[in-house]
Design a protein around this ligand. Structure first.
Ligand SMILES: *Cc1c(COP(=O)(O)O)cnc(C)c1O
Length: 403
């Protein structure tokens, strides 16, 4: 694979920021979009924009076929058993809220839920709201200094009171890849269901949902070269059938009278209203794109970028990397002693380098390390070793200016 050839697919990588070539290292927040995906969106609006499922006319049928075709691509990519187990959502946050809201009717006072210390706020707050409504209790799997979960503590939290466990596949703040197979198997052994937040894993790891035997898996298209505002809730057929619907409206019903409404079959039960049609089709195109490069190639290449950047950054005096698990994706969270992360981020921006600074929607992790936040550089398969050299120089410069 030729990274320079890949880069030509991403128009935004040609632009300058503050007079310098853009170096985009904020991929964990959102990835850039290749022209193949952009063209798919333009093609939809220029040639067959129509509402899906309800129309007999040609455009509506073309749009329906493309949208349902995308659902099938997503099913194949994640190896789910059925297309109707893939529910289109507006993203990871929406998907988690569908499950947490449905669980309101499935829990009793004193039931227990287990979360991990490494979560994004979107996999914490909906469950806290659920606990408040139901009287269920939230237990937390703790983390260690390296940024790994303490699995012995997980064993002790599990019991026949545990109803649901929700953990991210990969931490967005530290890059830790969690041992989700073990987490899933142990939860199932006590009769609990498991939801995995895959938002940070999908861009880097190919996930086989049937092999994992997970109950729910959620992710967003915009972190894997797709557009914003579209994502997936995967649920096992049995789980989705048990889960009450989240929103009422058109498209999600079988029959409506003023006395009673019966719900439509999957996936429509969870898809009320007109969806993000172009977004769904473009999500399919984004998966075609990354598969044309190859998920295994992507993982290998990004690992090289991670090793290279970690070694170079660690040579900077006073620089500390947070999250040093042996199982990591290409995310480096760091601070330079005595300097606020925001100040480093601002200087990097002036030099054309886009990184994220702050708590990364994971305040409990920052509290654990007793820091206000970190500088986070996150890499993608379209980044280069030269860009890393430029970032390291920019961090050195920032450190000299600010220390
Ligand atoms: C980005 C991210 C989310 C939130 O995704 P949205 O697309 O904003 O809904 C949740 N969890 C993790 C681990 C993430 O990286």
């Amino acid at each position: 694979m030729d990274v320079n050839k890949i880069r030509k697919d991403f128009p935004v990588l040609n632009r300058k920021v503050n007079g310098r070539p853009l170096i985009y290292f904020d991929n964990a927040a959102t990835s850039q979009t290749p022209k193949q995906v952009i063209n798919t969106i333009v093609d939809y609006y220029e040639n067959y924009n129509a509402n899906i499922h309800r129309g007999v006319h040609a455009l509506s049928q073309e749009a329906t076929n493309a949208y349902e075709g995308a659902r099938q691509k997503i099913q194949y990519h994640f190896n789910a058993a059925h297309p109707y187990e893939m529910i289109f959502t507006s993203g990871t946050t929406h998907a988690i809220n569908i499950v947490s809201s449905g669980y309101t009717e499935l829990l009793n006072q004193g039931d227990e839920l287990i979360v991990s210390a490494l979560e994004h706020h979107s996999n914490i707050v909906p469950w806290q709201m659920l606990c408040k409504k139901t009287g269920a209790l939230l237990k937390v799997i703790p983390m260690n200094e390296d940024g790994d979960l303490i699995m012995d503590a997980y064993d002790e939290l599990l019991s026949d009171r545990t109803k649901l466990v929700f953990v991210n596949h990969v931490s967005n703040a530290l890059g830790t890849v969690n041992p989700i197979e073990e987490i899933i198997n142990k939860a199932h052994a006590v009769g609990a269901e498991v939801l995995i937040d895959g938002a940070q894993a999908s861009p880097h790891i190919k996930t086989d949902l049937q092999a994992l035997n997970v109950d729910y898996y959620v992710t967003s298209a915009h972190k894997i070269c797709g557009p914003t505002g579209i994502g997936i809730l995967y649920g096992k057929e049995t789980s989705l059938k048990r889960l009450p619907p989240y929103q009422g409206g058109g498209e999600m019903i079988a029959e409506v009278t003023f006395e009673k409404t019966t719900y439509a079959d999957l996936p429509h039960k969870f898809e009320a209203g007109t969806p993000n049609i172009a977004g769904g089709i473009a999500f399919g195109a984004a998966l075609d794109y990354v598969n044309s490069i190859g998920m295994e190639y992507i993982a290998e290449y990004e690992k090289e970028l991670l090793i290279y950047a970690t070694a170079a950054l660690k040579k900077i005096p006073g620089l500390k990397v947070y999250g040093v698990s042996p199982n990591k994706t290409a995310v480096i969270s760091f601070n330079v002693k005595g300097i606020h992360p925001y100040d480093i981020g601002s200087i990097l921006d002036k030099l054309g380098v886009a990184v994220r600074t702050g708590h990364h929607c994971a305040q409990p992790i920052m509290d654990f390390y007793k820091i206000p936040g970190t500088v986070r550089a996150s890499f993608s398969f379209y980044n280069t070793f030269e860009e890393i050299d430029a970032m390291v120089k920019a961090v050195e410069k920032a450190a000299q200016m600010l220390q």
